[in-house]
Structures are given as structure tokens and as C-alpha cells.
Design a protein. Structure first.
Length: 255
């Protein structure tokens, strides 16, 4: 058993399972500057952890992740002098978009454990994991899309199909974990009180598979999607989202 504490993330590995726990519960684990940096550091640490064959990504408190922090994040906070073509490329590519493929290409199997709010970029995190287990009453979707413009992750239409993906991305509505499982937004859903048990059971079974075999399997599965153009789509959606910094947006509604 090993553990490491980052400023906004708790990491622990036991029984061949590594747990990355987002730990800003008062903010529903909104992705702040520090949390975005700590996600990189935690996944780097988990990759080197010889005691962890499988990684579980989850959130502390009432929610998995409520999306980008509107008050302070690389995604939402303009740099000094405002956004321009060059700084938007450098900041968003390195500090935001690169996290999607870091998790998607992670060399160990990843499981997202979803409860409470899993919206906007929080939903991106679970989509980038190999498997997602949601509580039946979790709430998933992309309400930030109501300002218009392009979101930054290509997996929605890839995983859900055109009609259901556009329903979520154009309406901004949230759906429950149970509906999300039926639609393919997550792998399965279970009653909230069984979520920890189900994820632990699944991760324990997966942790017994030899690591070289899992790596080979994941390379094959991801290369399949790369042949179908997923890497180009990661780049495309990132750049389309970046260009949105140069389009006037309506003022955001205060909750």
C-alpha cells in the first residue's frame, strides 16, 4: 500500500488498484488551475506506481466533477492582455486539451467512478477513461454548451451516435446515470449505495490481468480508433473550441 497527497488530489494504491481522488469537495471538484496541474502529476505518479495495475478516478464529496472552475482555471481565465491566437494555442493545448489524450492513452486501464454532478469537463474526464461506472442518480451532460460554440472533446458523437450526442450538446440538458448507461455515455450504472462496492469489485478483477497483456490490449483498442481518425478529431475539436475565444459570447447566467 502506498499513498501521496497533492494539493487538490489524494492518491492511494492498495490491492493492485490506484485511486486518484479529486479533492475540492466544497467546489464540487471544479477544475481549477491547481487541480488541472495536479491531474497531470497524479497520473504521472500512478503510471510509475508498481503497486497499481488499474487506476480508479473519482471525486471526494457530493460530486465527481462539476466542470471547469469558472473563477480560476486555464480554460476560463484569460491571460494578462486577453486571449490571442498564440497564447490560446500554448495555454489550452498544454494545460487543457493534452489532458484528454493523456488519460485516453494512459498505459494502465482506467475506471471513472461517477456520482453527483458530472457535467461539462467533468464529463470529459469520465469519457476519456476506459470504463465508467455511474451511480443511477448521478447527473451527466454539458450545460455549458448553452453559450454556443464548439466543445473541445470529440468522443460524444463517436460514443453516443449523432442524435443522442446532439441532444445533449445542443440542449444543455442533464441525464441521470441510469439513462447515461442506456445511451452509452457511461459503461454501467448501479444504485448509489453500491457504487464503491461495484467499482472495487470490477477493479479487483481487472487488476489480476498481467500488465503487459493489458497494455497490449489497450494499444490495439486505441489504435483501432486512431485508424478511424480519432487523433485528428482530438486536434480538430480542440482548435475549434480555441477559436471560440475570439467570438463574442453572451454574459453567463449566475446560478
Amino acid at each position: 500500500m502506498s499513498s501521496k497527497e497533492f494539493e487538490t488530489i489524494l492518491y492511494e494504491s492498495k490491492d493492485k488498484i490506484g485511486y486518484i481522488t479529486l479533492n475540492i469537495p466544497r467546489r464540487h471538484n471544479a477544475l481549477s488551475f491547481q487541480l488541472l496541474d495536479d491531474i497531470d502529476a497524479a497520473f504521472d505518479y500512478a503510471e510509475e506506481d508498481k503497486n497499481a495495475n488499474v487506476i480508479v478516478l473519482k471525486g471526494n464529496g457530493k460530486s465527481f466533477c462539476s466542470g471547469f472552475d469558472n473563477d480560476a482555471s486555464y480554460y476560463r481565465t484569460p491571460p494578462e492582455g486577453g486571449w490571442n491566437y498564440l497564447n490560446s494555442y500554448e495555454i489550452l493545448n498544454k494545460k487543457v486539451y493534452a489532458k484528454y489524450t493523456r488519460i485516453w492513452d494512459f498505459p494502465k486501464p482506467t475506471i471513472a467512478q461517477v456520482h453527483g454532478y458530472c457535467r461539462d469537463a467533468g464529463c470529459y474526464l469520465q469519457l476519456c477513461c476506459d470504463i465508467s461506472v455511474a451511480a443511477d442518480d448521478a447527473l451527466l451532460g454539458h450545460p455549458a454548451q448553452l453559450w454556443g460554440g464548439s466543445q473541445s472533446l470529440p468522443l460524444w458523437q463517436f460514443y453516443l451516435g449523432v442524435k443522442k450526442a446532439r441532444y445533449l450538446l445542443m440542449s444543455g440538458r442533464l441525464i441521470t446515470g441510469k439513462v447515461a448507461a442506456d445511451w452509452g455515455l457511461v459503461s454501467i450504472s448501479v444504485p448509489r449505495e453500491n457504487l464503491d462496492e461495484e467499482v472495487t469489485k470490477l477493479a479487483s478483477e481487472m487488476a489480476e490481468v498481467p500488465r503487459p497483456g493489458y497494455l497490449h490490449n489497450k494499444i490495439a483498442l486505441n489504435t483501432d480508433l486512431k485508424i478511424r481518425g480519432i487523433n485528428a478529431l482530438f486536434d480538430y475539436y480542440g482548435q475549434m473550441n480555441r477559436y471560440g475565444r475570439f467570438i463574442n459570447r453572451p454574459p453567463e447566467k449566475k446560478e
